[in-house]
Write a protein that binds this ligand. Structure first.
Ligand SMILES: [Zn+2]
Length: 136
């Protein structure tokens, strides 16, 4: 299978030949799917586009971490393994669950943190009653 670097997908159009050629691997496109991570010479590639007819794939080089810590208070769900920020986090269920990372397919536990803040603005000033001191 021929691999192309699609780091800037889809700025060069839908044809994989328009992206930088990386090389060819022994794995056949029919043996892979979009969730397959390729490990080649100690580096990891995530398949983003798979071409079974032309036996090619568009891949992104990613780093997989040991994931020893949580990713807290991020604006999107962040994968602790590959660092992917899931822009579709809003589609996840409210209750904490497990979810497969869209890039590396690792299983991630998550919870949605909701904070409440308030805005205020003037509408009408407070009423006062005018009076005077009687003991002075
Ligand atoms: Zn991931």
């Amino acid at each position: 299978m021929k691999l192309y670097d699609i780091f800037d997908w889809c700025k060069r159009g839908p044809e994989l030949e328009n992206y930088p050629y990386i090389g060819e691997v022994a794995l056949n496109a029919t043996e892979a799917d979009i969730e397959t991570l390729l490990e080649i010479d100690g580096e990891t590639y995530a398949i983003g586009v798979l071409g079974v007819r032309d036996n090619d794939a568009g891949v992104r080089k990613i780093e997989i971490n040991a994931a020893t810590h949580a990713c807290n208070y991020e604006y999107e769900m962040k994968c602790p393994y590959c660092g992917f920020m899931d822009c579709d986090s809003w589609e996840l269920q409210d209750e904490g669950n497990e979810h497969a990372c869209c890039r590396c397919n690792a299983i991630i536990g998550y919870e949605r943190v909701v904070t409440v803040e308030y805005n205020s603005w003037p509408v009408s000033p407070p009423n006062t009653v005018r009076t005077e001191w009687t003991n002075k």
